[in-house]
Design a protein around this ligand. Sequence first.
Ligand SMILES: [Zn+2]
Length: 262
Amino acid sequence: MRRLACVAALLAPSLLGCIGAPSPLAPHLRGSVGLPHHGVVTEAVALPKKGDGYVLYRDDDVRWGSARLVGVIQRAAAAVVSSRPGGAPLVVGDLSKRYGGQTERHRSHRSGRDVDLLFYVTTPRGVPVRSPGFIKFSTDGLGATEGKKVYRFDVERNWELVRTLLSEEDVQWLFVARPVEALLIEHALALGEPLDLVYRAETVMRQPGDGAPHDDHFHVRLACSLDEMVAGCEGGPRWPWQPALEPLALSDAELLASLFEE
Ligand SMILES: [Zn+2]
């Protein structure tokens, strides 16, 4: 019955204040709650400072996310290092704060579903090295630090990362600049990757229209799972390859009754 009440809350946000923080009046809200730009997260998990194939860029508290997000990051990093050994670790930027909400460096990253991943880079001669930070890349695949040290976009490993992330049904967006997307798609086509995979990549990779172009990192956002939607998670499209949502089999009367259940 609790599930029914939650579903009802999802459908009647104006009645129960579904958009907002968990409170004694809305105890069903949990996990990733609300929108990435206007949300919070409960039961968040901290991404350890380093693991198989990755390191955290900053040593602060903006490293909490839903258990699903933390799992996606860890699996993706491990997959890249296993398929392309001998490289440098993936450098992971911010997730969310422990309980989500506003962070100084982002407008989103508030509900435990967002993470920034720095690009894999090499030296100009192609030797993989650990990314020193947020380096802007353009269509030539070259970028430089403020100190003018030049790096090359490691298109092989970055594509491997994208490919792995796409194998997770829940990746909703990979925000990245158009020139960077073009490098990756060109590489995927040259490899002869299946066209449905390339289509998926083109669909989820998007240069945000209202913020930084993301020419210096990927910003990964997960879609809400069904369980999370029931518990207050909101926002964004669902793609055709994601599992279909179960239809709601409730009459209006049942729905209303469920609103007043314990
Ligand atoms: Zn971000």
